[in-house]
Design a protein. Structure first.
Ligand SMILES: [Zn+2]
Length: 667
């Protein structure tokens, strides 16, 4: 038998460790404050004659959820109830006595202790003195240890678990303190594990103290019943509050996260699932408390609607939380809380929030009360007119040097391609700050020239912006560029047709302008063309560059050039263009074909004359092949796309030929 003063080690099994932590919480009266100092003597002391533990466990509702109604304490076949209680107490006392004196040479499945107990003889021995109990073989099942050998759990899926469960006396004993530390999370029992033992113990200790106080006051319902996720979030909030008041664990240890084992031990539905409360969620709660926002968060939790996606779920899953935002008569949370949530839980930059605040102020200035109220409405930015007003304000801010493309993308993070899209979240930020123009405060003024955000998507956009900008400013001059491009853009006059013209012209001299590049940039996943967002970002970059000069050109995106043409069409076109050049030379291809295509002096007819064979068996395509080529899979005509592809391929062919002849000239 081990010495009573030797520490009782934690095991790594969440059920056993939570039981030990509840026992340690009971031992606080005896001066125990650190779970690492827990000894067998402490366990003996808090167990005493066992009557208090039995009296609590028989009343606590969580006991049956934990140990089923077949357990010795609850088995209806054993009558009267006092017999059950005596039997239960006798076995617990025997288990405690056996800690360190186990005799079976099997490792404990929970803590790895080299020896375990044989439950059957231990029970026979313990129950010999209890009148009215049948002596029968007993095995460790779910009535002795949660989820022991339960069907549907991973324990049963593993080959080693086909053996009966082996457990040591300490593990079997400790779990009987579990009812003191139970809390429900979304209706399921929850036990916690944590990267920081100190933090974990403080949490379990708080739960145990609350359960003990409640049972003393006659409340035996499990904590968190009918509260969804709220019991756990409020518990964590009050834990941080207590820790900061007591100046304990003042800063959460780095990368602390909390694992929550959610389990059911009853009937056929016995099961368990692991949920992680990430570091960001814990940091947010801790920082909210530190910033004096405990009351506000608590109020938010208390007034959470039944249908609302729960706060706790949102901070676990790093989702935005609906009640942060203004809605009907609710003005949203305080800017301080909003900012903490956005930066810690959602990872937004402080600059994105500042940008939204700046833009909100710009949008509101000069508006009358009625217009302001309309702009602040919940559905305000579903309206295209309001969105384009915001975009105009953004362009003005960029022109004044107070904003730039990088800040824009911090506020409206780009979504994955193909196609250029940004999320809707930026509009929500803007809407929040429209309600908080005066009460939001930022520590430092926003820097419009601080380091740029880097991402492949941004480089792609910058590449096209730069190539088009150099070309157009070169051709039109700055003032021409302002009037023919920027002014028309601000009136929404330039669209995908204009952008295609730029592609067709630039393909003659630049890499990165094939059909595939067009698709990556201008077509969404479903194939639809969408250039609205791309054009707006080009506009921002161009205004910015006119203001501050443009940076070094980035290289073309690493997309593989592709023509989008059927293979037979592509090879026929290539042969035809080669023949054309052999006969008349590259310069004529440019002057007589590419330039005239751009001027729309020639079009699909020119290609059809060149590519369709006049007589059968001659080289070239048949009439049917040509007709099929002009329709999509559903038979709808796609003349515009086809002409664009043929023209774009020809322009790229010309550029390749030009490069080749230049290289020949050099060598
Ligand atoms: Zn063990």
């Amino acid at each position: 038998v081990s010495s009573g003063t030797a520490p009782v080690q934690l095991t790594g099994n969440p059920f056993v460790d939570t039981g030990l932590a509840a026992a340690a919480a009971l031992a606080e009266g005896a001066g125990l404050y650190d779970i690492h100092d827990l000894t067998l003597d402490h366990l003996r002391q808090v167990f005493g004659d066992g009557s208090e533990l039995v009296s609590r466990n028989k009343r606590l509702k969580s006991f049956t959820m934990l140990f089923t109604s077949n357990s010795l304490l609850k088995n209806p076949a054993i009558k009267p109830t006092v017999t059950r209680e005596k039997a239960y107490l006798a076995v617990l006392a025997k288990l405690l006595d056996s800690v360190g004196g186990e005799t079976v040479a099997e490792r404990c499945n929970s803590c790895g202790n080299p020896r375990t107990i044989d439950l059957s003889p231990l029970c026979s021995d313990a129950l010999a003195g209890v009148v009215g109990i049948k002596d029968q073989p007993r095995a460790v099942g779910r009535d002795w240890f949660p989820l022991a050998g339960s069907l549907g759990s991973d324990a049963q899926a593993l080959p080693s678990a086909t053996q009966p469960v082996s457990l040591c006396a300490k593990c079997l004993f400790a779990v009987h303190f579990l009812p003191l530390a139970m809390i429900l999370f979304e209706g399921r029992l929850a036990v916690f594990q944590c990267t920081s033992v100190e933090f974990w113990y403080e949490l379990v200790r708080d739960i145990a103290n609350e359960v003990i106080a409640r049972v003393q006051a006659g409340t035996v319902e499990t904590l968190g019943s009918k509260e969804g996720t709220r019991a756990v979030s409020r518990r964590l909030l009050s834990l941080f509050d207590r820790l900061q008041k007591q100046k304990k664990l003042m800063s959460l240890p780095p990368s602390t996260r909390l694992d929550v084992w959610l389990f059911t031990n009853s009937g056929a539905s016995a099961d368990c699932q692991l949920e992680t409360i990430p570091n960001t969620a814990l940091t947010f709660l801790s920082e909210a408390v530190r910033s004096g926002l405990t009351h506000e968060v608590d109020h938010l939790l208390q007034s959470e609607g039944r249908r609302e996606y729960p706060f706790m779920r949102c901070i676990i899953e790093a989702r935005d939380y609906g009640s942060l935002y203004p809605r009907q008569k609710w003005n949203g949370v305080s800017p301080k809380l909003f900012s903490l949530y956005q930066t810690i839980v959602l990872g937004r930059t402080p600059r994105a929030l500042q940008a939204a605040h700046l833009l909100a102020g710009k949008m509101e200035s000069g508006l009358g009360p009625g217009e302001r109220a309309r702009l602040r409405r919940e559905e305000s930015f579903q309206d295209r007119g309001n969105r384009s007003r915001a975009q105009q304000c953004l362009s003005d801010l960029v022109a004044q040097g107070n904003f730039n493309h990088s800040i824009y993308l911090e506020m409206f993070p780009p979504e994955d391609g193909p196609g250029v899209l940004v999320g809707y979240d930026g509009w929500n930020l803007l809407r929040f700050y429209l309600h908080h123009i005066d009460d939001a405060a930022f520590a430092t003024p926003m820097e419009a020239d601080s380091s740029d955000v880097q991402s492949a998507r941004i480089d792609e956009i910058r590449f096209y912006a730069a190539v088009i900008y150099e070309d157009l400013v070169g051709n039109l001059g700055v003032s021409g560029f302002r009037s023919a491009v920027l002014a028309r853009m601000s009136r929404g006059r330039l669209g995908s047709a204009w952008l295609r013209q730029q592609f067709l012209r630039l393909a003659e001299t630049n890499e990165g302008f094939s059909w595939n590049h067009w698709q990556q940039l201008c077509c969404l996943r479903d194939g639809r063309t969408f250039v609205g967002e791309l054009l707006f970002q080009l506009r921002l970059l161009w205004i910015q560059w006119l203001h501050v000069g443009h940076p070094q050109t980035v290289s073309a995106p690493p997309w593989v050039p592709a023509s989008g043409l059927p293979q037979a069409m592509e090879s026929t076109l290539r042969e035809e263009l080669q023949r054309y050049c052999e006969g008349r030379g590259l310069a004529r291809l440019h002057r007589d074909v590419l330039v005239r295509l751009r001027q729309r002096a020639i079009g699909l007819d020119w290609f059809s004359r060149r590519l369709v064979a006049e007589v059968a068996d001659a080289r070239g395509l048949t009439d049917t092949e040509w007709e099929d080529f002009l329709n999509d899979d559903e038979g709808s005509p796609i003349l515009g796309d086809r002409l664009f592809q043929l023209h774009l391929y020809s322009a790229n062919f010309y550029r390749a030929g030009l490069t080749e002849s230049q290289q020949e000239a050099v060598s």
